[in-house]
Design a protein around this ligand. Structure first.
Ligand SMILES: [Zn+2]
Length: 511
């Protein structure tokens, strides 16, 4: 998620769920027998499989807490209390850090290591984006397992990853394992929006999260065309650059009985159509070049491989564009690969009109954009959009921070754009690669660009390397459910991803 998300005013299409957060008594956590049923609202005493042995049981428990973030944080305290009890039952001290917003809290657990080496920090947000509940085929907070997949808001992003991280650590602890450095597990809030996220935490409690390297969400584990065989295991070392544009059309406000050609809504719609059929130019950077080369090596799909080779060997922009179109057409993950090739622009919030007998004077659409660091500069993308919409009587505004001029906002984006990727010369990167090769021996391992964003900025801006993985192989249908409807991952992939994490942490065991 974004570096500086702005609050949204029109959210009438989303409605809060009635269930609210589920509070599980800490005492119910330690015991429990084999029944791996989800914790349901109103039945806190339901017995669960010990979550320290099974990532699925832990994930189900996490999913039962409604931590939806509607733009200004969510209710994360009950979820944090559940995890705190879990850590304490394993002998690990954990602290809930309140924020100025009630019940919107961070949780920091610290597993003490045997040396004073700079700690390894795992960063996993507990808040989730809202659900459009009536579109879901199952209850998004019930942890339903169907056809080998676990459904729920956050199952992919990123309670599933948190469950794999935490279960793998608890397995080591259960074996009596000790680590050669402190391992900090930060379960944060306000990642999906809000003012008290990791930046706020770093400003107020840096000593609790000071670390030598950080792992969070990001890299995808992709499958071959059969949708299950591991193909490409990636770890992200860089996030795309996040910014927003507003398209604004003005028109004549009048009585709706007398339509006229100066309609703000019609003008805006024509501009949206013109932008929707346009793609920003393809750019390859050293990071994305390495990614697409690894993909070409990994795929068993010969036509796809040829398209990738064309892309990598293209000598002109024209050839690059043609090859990129072919790559997207032949990819099993077309939206992901289209996004890694260029600055993307997505229409996210439209605002126009308020009464049926009034023609409104203005119509606005917000466009969320994600630039490739080191590729096309945001200011060049903005110029391209303005050129595309020239003569259409709409205004294109870069959305800056309050009171910030466009040039100041562009300068700020220039700095983010120029930030180098995290160095791959670190013990954490080596451990990730080693675990990937051992857990997914038939797949190719490679560093990558994250097409979205993370909360890594407080660390990476201090020179601490930060990486990302979602440790489960997934197919495109599952990938598309991220921030969408029927979010889910494969249970078998989650189990294998937990093995991967276990091996990763094994590199940090004290010998
Ligand atoms: Zn996320």
């Amino acid at each position: 998620m974004p570096d500086s998300p702005l609050p949204v005013t029109r959210r009438t299409f989303l409605h809060r769920t009635g269930a609210g957060a589920v509070l599980l008594a800490g005492g119910a956590l330690a015991g429990g027998t084999a029944a791996a049923a989800p914790a349901l609202p109103g039945s806190p005493a339901r017995r669960l499989a010990p979550p320290d042995l099974d990532p699925l049981a832990l994930l189900k428990r996490m999913l039962a807490f409604d931590t939806q973030n509607f733009g200004e944080g969510g209710v994360t305290r009950p979820h944090a209390e559940m995890l705190k009890a879990l850590w304490e039952s394993a002998g690990v001290s954990a602290e809930i850090i309140p924020t100025p917003k009630k019940d919107n809290v961070h949780l920091v657990a610290r597993i003490k290591g045997t040396t004073a080496a700079p700690p390894l920090l795992l960063l996993g947000h507990s808040d989730v984006v809202p659900v459009e509940r009536d579109k879901w085929s199952v209850d998004p907070f019930a942890g339903v397992v169907k056809n080998g997949e676990i459904y729920g808001r956050g199952s992919l992003d990123m309670k599933g990853a948190n469950a794999a991280f935490i279960t793998a650590l608890l397995r080591h602890l259960k074996e009596g394992g000790k680590f050669d450095r402190d391992i900090i597990v930060l379960t944060d809030c306000d990642e999906e929006a809000g003012q008290y996220g990791s930046r706020w935490l770093a400003e107020h409690h840096w000593n609790k999260i000071d670390a030598g390297m950080v792992l969070t969400e990001g890299g995808w584990f992709l499958a071959q065309k059969d949708r299950t065989t591991p193909m490409l295991i990636t770890v992200t070392r860089q996030d795309k650059v996040y910014f927003n544009l507003d398209l604004v059309a003005d028109g004549t406000a009048t009585h709706s009985s007398k339509p006229n050609p100066d309609s703000a809504i019609a003008k805006l719609s024509r501009a949206v159509t013109a932008l929707d059929t346009w793609l920003a130019p393809v750019t390859l950077t050293p990071v994305t070049r390495e990614y697409f080369s690894a993909l070409a090596k990994a795929t068993r799909d010969a036509p796809f491989k040829r398209a990738l080779e064309l892309l990598l060997s293209a000598r002109s922009q024209h050839a690059r564009e043609r090859a990129a179109a072919l790559v997207v057409k032949r990819s099993s993950y077309p939206w992901l690969h289209r996004a890694l090739l260029r600055t993307t622009h997505a229409f996210v919030i439209e605002d126009a009109g308020y009464k049926e007998n009034v023609i409104p004077s203005a119509a606005t659409v917000r466009i969320n954009c994600r630039g490739v660091p080191g590729g096309q500069r945001p200011r060049d993308f903005l110029a391209g959009v303005r050129e595309r919409l020239a003569g259409r009587d709409v205004t294109v505004k870069l959305v800056g921070n309050p009171g910030e001029s466009e040039e100041a906002a562009l300068k700020r984006l220039d700095e983010t754009f120029a930030k180098p990727p995290s160095s791959i010369d670190s013990p954490l990167y080596a451990a990730i690669g080693d675990a990937a090769r051992r857990t997914y021996p038939g797949a190719v391992f490679a560093p990558a660009l994250f097409e979205a964003g993370t909360s890594l900025a407080p660390w990476t801006s201090r020179g601490v390397p930060g990486y990302g993985v979602y440790p489960y192989v997934l197919d495109n249908d599952q990938l598309v459910t991220m921030h969408g409807t029927d979010e889910r991952i494969s249970v078998a992939a989650l189990q294998q991803g937990t093995e991967f994490m276990y091996r990763l942490f094994d590199r940090f065991r004290a010998r």
